[in-house]
Design a protein around this ligand. Structure first.
Ligand SMILES: [Zn+2]
Length: 268
């Protein structure tokens, strides 16, 4: 589904996430999508959100909303620092000025260094009720798996290849959490010979799919989805040393019946 439509649909169902990862190549596109999400989060309109007409939507549009707060990289620094994130965290606990919540927008979230990401993770894990976070970046690899798994991930423009990857990934994730080796084999077979770039897209999509399943499921299914996310981030490391797609998928398959407990321990 087109990302703007996804935002409207989530808003209509009252299911807007408090943590977002907005990914895309083009900075202006990312910003546009982020501001749309910000309006949906702040909008006070009665019907479809964002309505585009209420004071909140208008103020976001004019970039003067007091509850839309940007965390920017200091121009003479390479990274967004952990101190900056700590300040943001404190600010997140202060009640909003005008809207129902505060929205923190981090346009260059891929400039958060690992310790800054860990500091941010704390507030993503236990968010103040009236705060939302929009993290923008080029690719999911710049973010810690723990941060990614807390975020609702949206892409500015999913291309046809990403669509194919997310379909395959959804089938693989389903087979994994349901412990269905036959379904796994059927889904994995066409992916074993993928070229490097396509397999990397599949890896990203599989991690997203595992995260989404973990959010939607409960009990053992949720545990297995979380375990899958751990395995996929391990698989990403295997890819760095050029382990083949067939081998990676075979390795994942060998983990289908492994206890989530054991898998989590492997990651430590
Ligand atoms: Zn509105």
């Amino acid at each position: 589904m087109e990302p703007y439509a996804q935002i409207r649909e989530l808003a209509a169902r009252g299911r807007l996430s408090h943590a977002w990862l907005l990914l895309g190549e083009d900075g202006a596109e990312r910003e546009r999508l982020a501001l749309y999400a910000a309006r949906a989060l702040l909008c006070s309109g009665q019907g479809e959100k964002p309505c585009g007409r209420c004071p909140h939507c208008r103020k976001v549009e004019a970039d003067i909303h007091p509850d839309l707060i940007r965390l920017l990289r200091n121009p003479d620094k390479r990274d967004i620092t952990v101190e900056q994130v700590r300040e943001l965290r404190q600010e997140a606990w202060v009640a909003p000025n005008e809207a129902g919540r505060k929205v923190f927008l981090i346009p260059e979230a891929d400039a958060l260094n690992p310790s800054a990401q860990n500091a941010l993770l704390k507030v993503l894990e236990e968010p103040p009720a009236a705060a939302a976070f929009l993290l923008l970046g080029k690719n999911p690899g710049s973010f810690l798996p723990t941060v990614r798994s807390r975020c609702f991930i949206l892409r500015t423009s999913p291309g046809p290849e990403e669509d194919a990857a997310s379909e395959d990934a959804a089938r693989l994730a389903e087979a994994f959490v349901k412990r269905d080796p036959l379904a796994w084999a059927a889904a994995a077979f066409p992916c074993e010979k993928l070229e490097r770039e396509k397999f990397d897209a599949l890896t990203d999509a599989l991690e997203e799919a595992a995260g989404l399943r973990a959010k939607a499921a409960e009990g053992p299914l949720r545990e297995r989805a979380l375990a899958l996310a751990v395995l996929v981030s391990r698989m990403r490391e295997m890819r760095r040393v050029n382990v083949s797609p067939g081998h990676c998928l075979g390795w994942l398959e060998s983990m289908i019946f492994e206890e989530p407990e054991t898998i989590r321990r492997m990651a430590d």
